[in-house]
Design a protein around this ligand. Structure first.
Ligand code: GAR
Length: 191
């Protein structure tokens, strides 16, 4: 019988995408489990949520390490102990380095709140709002060494209604993220 694939979710903040993935697993819509939650922000809400669910966590403070390679070596060890198959970035606000990319080649996926290649980097929602675009959206892509540059797996457009403020746009985008990320991961796992 084929082994269930284990996900490691990386997040730095609120963890609403973590919630959506976890909920899809609990509802049986996503045929997987979360074997580890990794965060570079020890005080992040996502870590509290993961602990409440009884999930394993690996939390680190990047400033306690001499460089990215040093903390990524420890992350890889934690991922291997947890038998993680895929890395799912869900608001992990840090570029993935060579150590993780080599250890999990082709197995690292990110969600970004714009239609890439538009509005890469930080605050993509604010960037799109300030630019006055009428259509933005969500992209799910493989991670490579660039910033938001890996091969695109799925995209969905979100209309910027004339009545929207920045927060309305964020709500609309995140509603799409919470639906699209679990279904896209499920499709990936079945390939
Ligand atoms: C999400 O909107 C995600 O697309 C974005 O961070 C948010 C995390 O929210 N990621 C990026 O901007 C990556 N460049 P969450 O913590 O509530 O899931």
């Amino acid at each position: 019988m084929k082994k269930t694939k284990h996900l490691a979710v990386f997040a730095s903040g609120t963890g609403s995408n973590f919630d959506a993935i976890q909920q899809a697993i609990e509802e049986g819509a996503l045929d997987s489990d979360i074997t580890l939650v990794v965060s570079d922000v020890p005080t992040s809400a996502v870590i509290d949520k993961a602990k409440q669910k009884g999930l394993k966590t690996f939390v680190f403070n990047p400033q306690s390490y001499p460089n990215k390679r040093a903390f990524e070596i420890e992350i890889v060890e934690a991922l291997q102990r947890a038998d993680a198959d895929y890395i799912i970035l869900a608001g992990y606000m840090r570029l993935i380095g060579a150590t993780l990319l080599h250890a999990y080649e082709g197995k690292i996926v990110n969600i970004h709140p714009s239609l890439l290649p538009s509005f890469k980097g930080l605050d993509a929602i604010g960037q799109a709002f300030d630019a006055g675009v009428k259509i933005t959206g969500v992209t799910i892509h493989y991670v490579d060494e660039g910033m938001d540059t890996g091969r695109i797996i799925a995209q969905e457009a979100v209309k910027v209604e004339d009545t929207y403020g920045r927060d309305d746009l964020q709500r609309a985008i995140q509603a799409v993220e919470h639906r699209l990320y679990p279904t896209t991961i499920q499709t990936l796992l079945k390939q």
